[in-house]
Design a binder for this molecule. Structure first.
Ligand SMILES: [Zn+2]
Length: 552
């Protein structure tokens, strides 16, 4: 199995341990009194393999010995955003199950519905290291969120690609991140109900999605030293994080964001989305807000899911234009003539460069920052003349300085105009072109935070981003778990039991909250994907009937 390095975030967060439950682990856990008799009576095999409490030290695998996920755990270093809840939601347990059934109304895949309704209250404090509950890790809010607001049915359809549970779902790795730093890796579920049951039980503050394996990830240890257990499919993913823009944004830094610096994410989405569609022919691309300071792309086309790591790496290289770190000097060195992808990207980005970078960020106003611009320009005479001009005009804006480059070049004379144009193009790309966490793209085994989970620090839901209205997306306006639960709470009509029994008319609780447009968008996306999957199955069947399937 591909093994990736521990990320710096993991190294900085030693309390964030990863747990891979096994039968041995479970034994240790039971010996430690982790499960009650009642738990055992209710447990099926899946549950026994996922103990609900912090494991004893002996059962904990250090992060470096597991395939790495790329947690945004640096987020946890920052002061959590407290979601103030004026009134505790007065929702009775039976009302929660009522709503769950509603969301589940046409879920034909539920063969175990009664078992879900255990009424069991998951532990609210899973371990001694548990942080004080914020909106995103408050178990009471999470319980309501997962039971009434999480779009389970579409989520299952999205990952399963078919009405009946397939290996795409059954052999998919999920990981559950519990408050207190425990992570259950290699979880898998043969039905949606089993997944949901586990989530209701543990109330994870984060769910991550891994690849589809050749066999059940829970059985992986029985395949030790065998190639029979290996990852075979995964959505092609991209991860953009604003912290990678700290050297070009001036409004915020680290985990802080505002609408001004969010524009870097907007430009990145525009460039990547268009290239993925036009250069690679992908159609089913979902962009998801990561809950704080970034966005993820999930390319879900069948042909993207089947890419091996070699091809994923090639794709990652295709988009690796800004190279090196902050201190590496000139970070963009692209060949001429420009690749059509870069020429098109420049067209998309140049307007953003003028408004969202030069005007909004004003990155070269201070003298030391202007030095950085000078270092990216050719011709020593030009650099010297600009330096003198700007020293005489302290505080000159970045927009004015950008304009000075051409005008001063003319007065200096002898500057190679082609070199200057290319240098300016490289600068635009360096300041605007998408900066990717490349491991997320290159490795099928890399876990990525699931859509629709709640960011534990901000309480914001990781909602899909509507690419037809990118300018209209404001990450600070995204629904929060506390706000959503209050919306349910204040909408008393949602708790009135309707008599007509028509679940569609009755509607689910989420339909009366501000998460509705995001779930509607997700539903539309999933329907589009499923249409293509059905077509694929139909064509495959026809070909098999015609040619015995030899050419497929
Ligand atoms: Zn900002």
């Amino acid at each position: 199995m591909p093994h990736s390095e521990t990320t710096p975030e993991q190294q900085e967060a030693p309390s964030r341990t990863q747990l891979t439950p096994t039968m041995e682990d479970t034994t240790l856990n039971l010996g430690n009194g982790g499960l009650t008799d009642e738990d055992l009576l209710m447990a099926d095999v899946d549950e026994v393999e996922s103990p609900p409490v912090v494991a004893p030290a002996a059962a904990v695998e250090q992060p470096s010995s597991s395939p790495a996920s790329k947690p945004e755990s640096a987020d946890e270093d920052d002061a959590p955003v407290e979601i103030k809840q004026e009134t505790k939601p007065e929702i009775k347990l039976e009302d929660l199950f009522e709503g769950m059934d509603s969301d589940d109304s046409d879920d034909e895949f539920s063969n175990n519905k009664k078992d879900v309704v255990t009424g069991q209250i998951p532990p609210s404090s899973p371990g001694p290291a548990a942080a004080p509950p914020t909106g995103g890790s408050n178990p009471d809010l999470l319980r309501v969120f997962y039971q009434l607001l999480f779009p389970w049915r579409y989520y299952f359809q999205w990952l399963n690609h078919s009405p009946q549970p397939t290996p795409d779902f059954k052999f998919r790795e999920f990981s559950l991140w519990l408050a207190g730093g425990v992570v259950f890796r290699f979880q898998s579920y043969s039905t949606l109900d089993l997944l949901r049951k586990d989530v209701f039980k543990h109330l994870p503050e984060r769910i991550e999605i891994g690849p589809i394996y050749t066999a059940n990830p829970r059985d992986r240890k029985t395949f030790r030293n065998s190639s029979a257990f290996r990852p075979i499919a995964k959505e092609l993913c991209f991860d953009i994080d604003l912290t990678d823009y700290d050297d070009v944004r001036t409004c915020c830094d680290k985990a802080n964001i505002c609408i001004k610096c969010w524009q870097f994410i907007t430009m990145a989405i525009k460039v990547l989305d268009r290239a993925l569609r036009e250069d690679f022919g992908y159609e089913h691309i979902m962009w998801v807000y990561s809950g704080r300071r970034g966005a993820h792309a999930w390319v879900c086309d069948r042909k993207a899911r089947g890419l091996d790591d070699h091809k994923r790496k090639a794709l990652g290289n295709y988009f690796s234009v800004v190279k090196g770190g902050e201190k590496t000097g000139k970070r963009v060195n692209v060949r001429r003539p420009l690749h059509p992808h870069l020429a098109r990207s420049l067209e998309i980005l140049k307007e953003h460069f003028l408004t969202d970078v030069l005007e909004a960020q004003d990155p070269w106003r201070e003298e030391d920052r202007a030095e950085k611009l000078l270092a990216l320009l050719p011709d020593i005479k030009l650099r010297q003349a600009l330096k003198e001009k700007w020293e005489f005009n302290p505080g000159r804006s970045s927009t004015a300085k950008w304009g000075d480059i051409d005008s001063v070049a003319k007065t200096v004379g002898g500057v190679n105009t082609k070199d200057l144009l290319e240098a300016k193009q490289d600068i635009v790309l360096e300041y605007t072109y998408p900066r990717l966490d490349i491991l997320v793209t290159e490795q099928k085994t890399h876990l990525l935070k699931s859509p629709f989970v709640v960011h534990p620090g901000t309480g914001r839901v990781c909602v899909p981003i509507d690419t037809s209205d990118l300018e209209g997306f404001d990450p600070l306006d995204v629904p929060t778990i506390g706000g959503l639960v209050n919306e349910i709470d204040s909408d008393s009509s949602s708790l009135v039991k309707k008599e007509d029994g028509d679940e569609d008319k009755k509607g689910a609780e989420w339909e009366r909250t501000s998460i509705k447009p995001y779930i509607d968008q997700f539903r539309g996306f999933v329907h589009g994907l499923l249409r293509e999957e059905r077509e694929f199955v139909r064509v495959k069947r026809e070909r098999e009937e015609e040619g015995g399937g030899l050419d497929f």
